[in-house]
Design a binder for this molecule. Structure first.
Ligand SMILES: Nc1ncnc2c1ncn2[C@@H]1O[C@H](COP(=O)(O)OP(=O)(O)O)[C@@H](O)[C@H]1O
Ligand SMILES: O=C(O)[C@H](O)[C@@H](O)[C@H](O)[C@H](O)COP(=O)(O)O
Length: 161
């Protein structure tokens, strides 16, 4: 099974995804590791990615998901997956790739990004993230204003795992 933890930059995908994986004793993967150096540099310099930039990234992620499913791996994947069309590329099997959406206000997430250090993505791209975001229907949706541990517990209760 793959739990795809999605949301805008700063919503908590990496923090919650890693804690969730640890609590389940599953593996964790961050979609940032699948970005090209060019994409990383674009974001570092405050240039939003466009659909074309994301094609190779999504295809690389799709390949990884395909492999994890074939190997019957239990995996938590942190991936923004902002648009429905991106999620169509990634959710290869609706029974085995479960979407968890980290929902929060612009203001709260902006504050969190201001507190985050040592990451290539700053707060200046947050508006473009929300502009691109198409909220998922049918996902497990969690309120990110809670503490990390509470969010992870809420996800596990919602998924019954
Ligand atoms: N529930 C939370 N409560 C407080 N701080 C949080 C919470 N979730 C994430 N953070 C902090 O917010 C920042 C963004 O989290 P991060 O996991 O990097 O988000 P993303 O991977 O979605 O960009 C980090 O500094 C992280 O420590
Ligand atoms: O599709 C995109 O525009 C990016 O994938 C973006 O959504 C993601 O947020 C960055 O890679 C930064 O990573 P963090 O989400 O960890 O800030």
């Amino acid at each position: 099974m793959i739990i795809l933890v999605m949301g805008v930059s700063g919503s908590g995908k990496s923090s919650i995804g890693q804690l969730l994986a640890d609590s389940l004793q599953w593996e964790f993967s961050d979609a940032d590791a699948f970005h090209s150096p060019e994409n990383i540099e674009k974001m570092r310099y405050g240039i939003p990615l466009n659909d074309l930039d994301r094609v190779p990234w999504l295809l690389a992620l799709q390949q990884a998901i395909q492999q994890w499913l074939q190997e019957n791996k239990n995996m938590v994947l942190a991936c923004s997956a902002l648009k429905a069309s991106y999620r169509e590329v990634l959710v290869l099997d609706e029974e085995r790739v479960i979407l968890v959406y980290l929902k929060g206000s612009f203001e709260l997430i902006q504050k969190r990004l201001q507190m985050r250090h040592g990451h290539f993505m700053g707060e200046k791209l947050l508006k473009s993230q929300f502009d691109a975001l198409e909220e998922p229907s049918g996902a497990v949706t969690v309120d990110i204003s809670e503490p990390l541990e509470v969010i992870v517990q809420n996800i596990r209760v919602s998924l019954g795992i």
